[in-house]
Design a protein around this ligand. Sequence first.
Ligand code: ATP
Length: 362
Amino acid sequence: MALLEIRDVVKRFGDFTAVNHVSLSVEAGEFFTLLGPSGCGKTTLLRMLAGFEEPDEGQLLLDGQPLNGVPPEKRPVHTVFQSYALFPHMTVEHNVAFPLKMAKVPADQIKARVAEVLEDVRLTQFARRFPHELSGGQRQRVAIARALVNRPRVLLLDEPLSALDAKLREQMQLELINLQKEVGITFIYVTHDQGEALALSHRIAVMSQGQVEQLDAPENIYSYPKSRFVADFIGQCNLLDATITEIAADRMKVEIPGVGTAEVLPVAGATVGQQGTLTLRPEKIKLGATLPANVPDEIHFKGKVHDCLYLGDVTVYIVELENGTRIETMLPNAAPGRARFFDDNDQVELAWRFDAGHFLLA
Ligand code: ATP
């Protein structure tokens, strides 16, 4: 049985539907992420799990027990908010003890439980420090220790890292991954940052307009997006309109304006003449001044560099084809002393394998 089940949940605000018939389940010990653009309903879904909002329809079950109607403080979940909201005038141990004091737990039990949870998050030697005497990562651990002290079944994390700069955010992501592994508790994490979702999660539910567009492991979401929305929202992706011209058991042929006839992996339910979109990640495309032609399983064609975007480790090259189609590609800047391989207006050749992309039916 799944730890948490969301069954056909709907939440409306007036005549606006913020969460529209969402069903999903989360396994014990999972790092599960709700990902989507602003306004897609992810926070509303998290707030319903916390008990701050009630669903208009559907059921929420934890360990098979209904959560609907249970007040927030009676639910075995705990929410960690953005920037952690530690009490600045309290030491680490007093911050962590706070929820137990509120629940009027006897002092000796509080002491034992706080010691245990500080041990879990490796903060024992920092117990007497104040939040301003800690690093960002240690403060994150205090917030999580405080959230764990009541032994919740699930931690709900609402964009906890969104206020941090990129460098610190990466450190905190690594901390979070390790912490979740160490304490083994189920995390439900809300973010609009696709990189963060890919880096942290065991599984991701990509949401759009109140619905789950795709629920899968990060690698599958990235490599096999099920819709144009998911392909476009997660990382950089070329979306090339194409028409199916031939279908065989192990390949389909598609006509891509400006590129030519390309082979792609077959898709269930496809018919000849049908329109669709080939989704192709920039790093799956080969790029060179010249590339060998007639390589089996590859399509090969020419273009001209339109823009270069130097990013340090890689350079992104936007290549324009004769018909004006632009294709985003990238190359690592591995060669020593060489900032980039091409400049604007250079003639280049491109190629990709039949299995480099993923075809979506229109
Ligand atoms: P963000 O990343 O911006 O927080 P989100 O995906 O978390 O976005 P929600 O906060 O779940 O989105 O909001 C979904 C939609 O519901 C938004 O259009 C929002 O304006 C609306 N909404 C949320 N709470 C309320 C409320 N209490 N009353 C009216 N509308 C609301």
